[in-house]
Design a protein around this ligand. Sequence first.
Ligand code: ASP
Ligand code: MG
Length: 402
Amino acid sequence: MKIIVQKFGGTSVADADRLRNVARKVIKAKDNGYAPVVVVSAQGDTTDMLLEKAAEITDRPNARELDMLLSTGEQISIALLAMTLHAMGYPAISLTGQQVGIMTDESHTKAKIEDIERNRILSELNKGNIVIVAGFQGINCHNDITTLGRGGSDTTAVALAAALGAESCEIYTDVDGVYSADPRVVKEAKKIDEVSYDEMLELASLGARVLHLRCVEIAKKFGTPLHVRSSFNDQPGTIVREGIEMEKGRVVTGIAHNTNVVKITIKGVPDQPGVASRLFGALADREVNVDMIIQSASRKGINDISFTVGKEDKTLAVEVAQDLAKAMGAEGVEHEENVAKVSIVGAGMISHPGVAARMFKTIADTGVNIQMISTSDISISCVIDAEHTDRVVKAIHSTFIN
Ligand code: ASP
Ligand code: MG
């Protein structure tokens, strides 16, 4: 049996016409001899609306109940898609995460998939059914519903593809693939034909919102190739896989930007062993994800430590920093929300010197100040004033992508 996993995002299943369009793509795969396993997200803005409903009741909803609520969005989509396929004359069955046996850890609202049962899906496929699985949800060891974090249906799809040994995993979305920059910001942005797992991981974590980060991690771990493409046309999209032949001379593959950044600075910290360990240990204990870190060189026995976190963690991170500042006799804590991170990503950087210098020169030519810099083997990120984000992204794109 040649299994194909096809995942359709919220915009692709938003109404009856679009569901029929999705059904046609699934039917095409079935008619071509594949056994389709289809993963769908909640229709349109359903998940946001469900979150609003919860917010009308409380600003601190119980996480188990929130998962119970949020998981309903995908349940609507699977039933409607199954009905659509029936109406078009094809056998199909919808299954929730629990019915499939998508086992996750216990952390509600950001659960990780630990294991997937194959039996139910395989037996339905053997009966000739198209199997439609609710994305974004699973079940924990207490038999409670969990969800995988916003955008988590991508992760459901690739985890199923890996568990079932699928021949391919297609991620259908409302854009034509992965672009060299956000096309809403850079008109000239180009679709990338092929990208490696590592580049895609960097792009996803640095702010390109096409694929869920966990999805790319799992694809890399199991070597599952992904095809990110549009549900509204038949054009090939972007292939994410290992060992791609680098385009000759491609130094920078893509530019990502992220405005969900807060910069926090502890000023005048005594320069002693253990300060960084206490600060970042305390942040880790509170499950705050720290991104960039800068410690200034010591002047007269004191220095400044700056770091960035996502806006959702601002309150907690500032609290932790203030506690530490007090305990250490530091001068104080400042935070800055109007910042953005602009990054370039490309596996070709490793073999091309001078890429960082070109990026900094480009930013300097726009007259914008760089507040923080961080690098990895295949990426360079700069924190800048948020109001200049679009201008800087455009300038960097025209420097590196032709
Ligand atoms: N419906 C969920 C969300 O909007 C999961 C997904 O779309 O992948 O985040
Ligand atoms: Mg969605």
